[in-house]
Design a protein around this ligand. Structure first.
Ligand code: ADP
Length: 629
């Protein structure tokens, strides 16, 4: 068999994705490889395909125990012999697995890094023919990365102990250049083929919304997307509870996850989500690491996260199967306050000096500001993200809420001028709250104490709400008209650009959403430079009502089989595969094997049942199920 046959037979795919082939070819030639690819790009195929073509066994080092089980289950589904060895197994189970491994029962073995120095494992490794060693989440080896794991250093010692050095492949979704260099050096990769694919996730739609009533927005959205799987991230445990309750009250199959729940409940809720028993998950950012659910169709952030790094990682859990996914951030000004509070009460490392702590606080604040600017920008959101991660987009993606211009521009130059005057009158000694309160003409006790009514600007923006004034001030910060001191007082300062506004040479605009409630659904074909490869379309764009009905029928069958076999539904067939079935309407084995994601083994297991179900639905008559392309 060659690599194409393996891809088709076991995974049911016709072609490799960008970059996959290059890494596969490298390791098949015996050359080390390093792949830096975003979530959902298809890293697993890059080592699973060569693992099946190489003699002997491939070891995959992974830090995520839950993911190992998932991966192994998926491989077994595809007819590939694989196993995992980690602390979730008993000593007896480990001995048994190693015994089978020694007899050559597995092509791929997942292993936790700690295991690499255990006596039993080393004994096995000394005798086994290990042809490839794959390091997943390879950034964990770098002390510069966010997730450094000392146990990853054991990999290096382990390789040295082997009688023959296997070819090494390493993969990660996040790596700055420093981390990349670290991976190559620390792992001792020899003249590796390095592939860095872009950060862009073309199938994801990005939106920032500022609905007046987040709950109403959310409810509407989730109901509109009934049947789809989604994650809703909240900033605090309390809001997880509240949001989950509200959704449950209208009978949405929803569950929750946060660090305050017992380990048992977390496990149960996570499984309910993965198995689509409760396809909607409300969670804090404690949820998601090691979750590989491919059919998550939307990720909604009920609050703004603390950094764009966090946001992109969490939002990126949508659409791992390559099908369209939506990432929507519900912003409100209160989010800044909550986040500053959460950052302020973050657990500190007791061994750090005051100087180091100050540096961390400053970095946190900068990240928060960048996140905030994402919510405020009027430009392409995808461009903003790519730029933040050091890449260049083409300026407009036509697949984010800004490119689709779902907001209006309001000229606030005059208000801006008033704000600047007020700050100057106050000799730049106060922060946002005092400045906004003064302009409003508020007489809170705190303001009285500062005698703010003595300033000429007092009450000069009376007709506005406090939120509006703060919004304008924020926009002025984003545009560099104003600045804030980096200490916790965050005093407002005048930046050089303010002169242009005062002199009437420059104008100031604010972004105001046109339809915040209810949500605008992104629809139709996308255009623009980002979609040159292939425009991604939602299933409701591809399938007509007959097709959608068939999809639901097949989805039910998938659920039924998933229950029987106790595996997550997406491991049987992905949403993408079901859509392709509805489009191609296969009538026999040969046609079924033509469906993307149906390999030989999956056909043996499920093909007949799906064929039968389809025949039953169509009555053997082929009527169009698509909207035509
Ligand atoms: P990553 O580990 O990079 O996040 P995965 O390996 O989980 O991504 O792959 C994401 C999804 O893409 C999976 O559903 C996988 O089956 C699918 N996939 C990978 N390679 C291909 C391909 N060549 N053609 C079609 N689908 C693919």
């Amino acid at each position: 068999m060659d690599k194409y046959e393996v891809l088709k037979k076991y995974f049911g795919y016709d072609s490799f994705r960008e970059g996959q082939e290059m890494l596969i070819d490298a390791v098949l030639k015996g050359q080390d490889a390093l792949g830096i690819m975003p979530t959902g790009a298809g890293k697993s195929i890059c080592y699973q395909v060569p693992a099946l073509l190489l003699p002997g066994v491939t070891l995959v080092v992974s830090p995520l125990i839950s993911l190992m089980k998932d991966q192994v289950q998926s491989l077994n589904q595809a007819g590939i012999h694989a196993a995992y060895i980690n602390s979730s197994l008993t000593e007896g189970q480990i001995a048994k697995a190693l015994g089978l491994a020694a007899q050559g029962a597995y092509k791929i073995i997942y292993v936790a890094p700690e295991r690499l120095e255990s006596y039993g494992f080393l004994q096995f490794a000394a005798k086994a023919q290990i042809t490839m060693l794959t390091v997943d989440e390879a950034h964990c080896i770098s002390q510069w990365g966010q997730d450094f794991r000392p146990s990853y250093l054991k990999i290096v010692q382990f390789i040295r102990r082997l009688p023959r050095r296997p070819v090494i492949s390493a993969f990660t979704a996040t790596a700055t250049e420093t981390v990349q260099d670290d991976i190559v050096c620390v792992l001792g990769l020899r003249n590796p083929t390095v592939l860095v694919t872009g950060f862009d996730r073309k199938n994801l739609y990005f939106a920032v919304e500022t609905p007046r009533k987040k709950d109403a927005y959310l409810l509407h959205y989730v109901q509109e997307h009934a049947g789809d799987s989604g994650v809703i991230y909240c900033a605090t445990r309390k809001s997880v509870e509240a949001v989950c309750e509200k959704l449950a009250a209208v009978r949405i199959p929803v569950t929750r996850y946060h660090a305050g729940l017992s380990g048992e409940e977390r496990k149960q809720n996570q499984e309910d989500f993965i198995y689509d028993r409760k396809p909607v998950m409300v969670a804090t950012n404690a949820f998601g690491m090691g979750i590989d659910k491919s059919n998550v169709r939307y990720v909604i952030h009920y609050n703004m996260p603390q950094s764009l790094e966090n946001y992109y990682q969490e939002a990126g859990r949508a659409g791992r199967d390559g099908e369209p996914g939506e990432c929507i951030l519900l912003y409100s000004p209160q989010d800044m306050v909550t986040n500053r509070f959460l950052l302020g009460s973050k657990e500190q490392n007791a061994e750090m000096t005051e100087e180091q702590l100050a540096a961390i606080r400053e970095r946190d604040e900068e990240r928060l500001q960048a996140m905030y600017h994402y919510c405020m920008t009027r430009n392409c959101l995808r461009e903003y993200i790519l730029h933040y991660f050091g890449e260049q987009g083409s300026g407009r993606c036509e697949n984010c809420s800004n490119c689709r211009k779902e907001f209006e521009e309001v000229n606030v130059t005059e208000e801006g001028r008033q704000i600047i005057r007020c700050i100057l009158e106050m000799r730049q000694r106060y922060g946002v709250n005092v400045v906004a309160g003064t302009l409003l003409g508020d007489n809170r006790a705190r303001l009285k104490e500062y005698h703010v009514s003595d300033y000429p600007s007092y009450g000069s923006l009376k007709g506005h709400t406090e939120a509006e004034i703060k919004e304008i001030i924020n926009q002025m910060i984003v545009e560099g008209v104003l600045a804030q001191t980096r200490d916790r007082y965050a005093l407002l300062r005048i930046a050089p650009k303010a002169q242009g506004i005062l002199k009437g040479e420059e104008e100031l605009f604010l972004k105001r959403p046109l339809h915040a409630d209810p949500p605008p659904a992104p629809n139709g074909q996308m255009a623009g430079d980002f979609d040159i490869v292939s425009p991604k379309r939602k299933k409701s764009d591809i399938l007509n009502s007959r097709g959608l009905e068939l999809f639901e029928t097949l989805r039910k069958l998938r659920m039924e089989i998933a229950r029987e076999e106790a595996v997550p539904p997406y491991m049987i067939f992905s949403d993408k595969t079901l859509v392709d079935m509805c489009v191609k309407l296969p009538g026999d084995k040969k046609e079924m094997l033509n469906v993307s994601g149906v390999g030989e083994n999956k056909y043996q297991k499920y093909g007949e049942r799906f064929l039968r179900q389809m025949k039953e639905y169509t009555g053997g008559i082929r009527r169009d199920t698509t909207n035509g392309r």
